[in-house]
Ligand binder design. Structure first.
Ligand SMILES: Cc1cc2nc3c(=O)[nH]c(=O)nc-3n(C[C@H](O)[C@H](O)[C@H](O)COP(=O)(O)O)c2cc1C
Length: 301
């Protein structure tokens, strides 16, 4: 398995710098961790996003900062900020289906603006010292939109293209279209990474067997559910150690029970394997840190 590239997908609200570090240091087995997208708020890069990609805060963790932009101007401003923070590796989000982003022509909303993508490609060419990648869906309405972009994508200066073979209007419903992924990968002259619905090592092996020439895979929810997936570590020990690190980080950096609990509840959201249903409910319903501590402590007894 190790000869394939394995990436941890960005998941806004879940894979913040504390989570990425905890996973990297406790488990490992992942080549690169993508950050949730950095975006503009009132014309400037959001401070919270820049905080999350701070170089020191991510030291020792192989991190890829991601940006989301609707056109060349936004893209250039975000690249300026990410480069000024010390990075020479940037991923562009062309897949986000959140209505706010999609509706503004960002994320998968950008996929129907070939002219803007071509201008962004020019901007990438101008920034020779940055290694770029793109993470995309195969369209907004239908996969042919993604296929039509192949000539532009093929001319982009990218280390690879990560493809989540759903279209925007599907959100996360329905099936990932592996046939369309195969067609896109065959037409793409750049290394391709598969992303979507890989929940186990067997799923990864199956998709690698199906597309043996691709560079590797990116996993999101599967790794949130089973963070130990690419290690031989004991699942309970992994979850406990990761949780304790994220807990300490939340208490150090957030204020008040409510903020801290929001962050900690997110940790358990996909983590349904470990606690039984009753324990899970008690954790998720805990309205104070004291109650939360009691609920989590009962897991390890
Ligand atoms: C809650 C949530 C937040 C996400 N945030 C991002 C993001 O910031 N950037 C991005 O490129 N994709 C984001 N995604 C998409 C994931 O990175 C990934 O492409 C998607 O979940 C499919 O992969 P999976 O089936 O392995 O989870 C998000 C998905 C979810 C469910």
């Amino acid at each position: 398995m190790s000869k394939f590239y394995i990436a941890f997908a960005p998941l806004q609200g879940y894979t913040d710098c504390a989570y990425r570090r905890a996973h990297c240091e406790v488990v490992g087995g992942v080549d690169e961790y993508y950050t949730p997208f950095v975006h503009l708020e009132n014309g400037a890069p959001r401070r919270k996003d820049l905080w999350d990609i701070d170089l020191e805060r991510n030291e020792g963790v192989p991190t890829v900062p991601q940006v989301i932009a609707r056109d060349r101007d936004e893209f250039a401003r975000l690249c300026d900020a990410v480069q000024a923070a010390g990075w020479n590796r940037i991923d562009l989000n062309m897949g986000c289906p959140f209505p706010m982003q999609m509706g503004a022509g960002r994320g998968c909303g950008l996929l129907v603006h070939a002219d803007r993508i071509a201008e962004i490609a020019e901007e990438m060419h101008r920034r020779r010292d940055v290694a770029f990648s793109v993470k995309m869906r195969l369209g907004l309405e239908c996969v042919e939109e993604g296929m039509d972009l192949l000539p532009i994508v093929n001319e982009m200066p990218l280390v690879h293209v990560t493809v989540h073979p759903r279209v925007g209007k599907q959100q996360y419903k329905g099936m990932a279209d592996k046939e369309a992924f195969g067609r896109f990968a065959r037409g793409c002259r750049l290394p391709v990474v598969y992303n979507g619905d890989l929940l186990s090592v067997d799923d990864v092996a199956a998709v690698m067997q199906c597309f043996p020439t691709m560079k590797g895979v990116m996993l999101g929810r599967g790794l949130l559910a089973c963070p130990w997936m690419f290690s031989d570590k004991e699942p309970r020990a992994v979850v406990r150690e990761m949780h304790d690190r994220i807990y300490r980080h939340a208490c150090e950096t957030l204020q008040g029970d409510s903020q801290i609990l929001t962050r900690l509840h997110a940790f358990w959201e996909y983590q349904t394997v470990l606690p039984d249903k009753k324990q899970y409910k008690t954790i998720m319903k805990s309205g104070s840190l004291r109650r939360y501590d009691e609920a989590v402590a009962s897991l390890w007894r």
